[in-house]
Design a protein around this ligand. Structure first.
Ligand code: HEC
Length: 147
């Protein structure tokens, strides 16, 4: 192998490495955004039911809670170092313990709501307030809204 071809090989490997790092971190940020879009979609009927705009349905509530639970389980794996971007606040990486605690709090409130399995709007109100309150508190600390 000539020195030149060694250099070329190294150079192309390095380029591919850089590209794959760039691409994979983009993908993670995209995955994160997609995950949260799923959460928003699932939150819509919940919000409408809690406001009394839609008839209360315990099954719909549990379905949405399942989506939230899956999202909460995944969120922590979608913030590797260097995957900033989108609406993710740098605070996620400055304060990883705080972010993990915010996820944990959300998970706990979701689990409590799933276990409570509320069958009426009155029963759903208090448990869902905790679940939905976590959207707001986590966004305040760890999301930069760009609208
Ligand atoms: C533990 C933290 C946390 C909780 C809890 C949380 N989110 Fe988020 N959410 C985020 C972060 C971080 C982003 C920014 C993601 C990105 O752009 O990379 C985000 C982004 C979003 C977005 C914007 C997605 C887009 O189109 O870019 C929506 C909508 C959203 N969240 C809805 C919700 C709703 C609804 C809830 C509650 C049911 C919720 N989130 C709970 C952390 C959280």
């Amino acid at each position: 192998m000539t020195p030149q071809s060694t250099f070329l090989r190294l150079f192309s490997c390095f380029t591919i490495l850089l590209l794959s790092v760039a691409c994979s971190s983009d993908n993670v940020a995209d995955d994160r955004e997609e995950l949260m879009k799923g959460v928003r979609h699932a939150a819509k009927p919940v919000g409408a039911m809690l406001k009394g705009e839609k008839e209360f349905d315990p099954d719909t509530l549990q379905e949405s809670l399942t989506v939230f639970a899956e999202a909460a389980d995944k969120l922590g794996s979608l913030v590797p170092e260097g995957s900033g971007g989108g609406e993710a606040s740098p605070a996620i990486w400055d304060d990883p313990d705080g972010f993990a605690a915010a996820i944990k709090e959300w998970q706990d409130s979701i689990t409590a709501a799933i276990d409570a399995d509320p069958q009426s709007l009155d029963a759903a109100g208090p448990v869902m307030k905790l679940v939905m309150g976590n959207c707001k508190s986590c966004h305040e600390d760890y999301r930069i809204e760009d609208e």
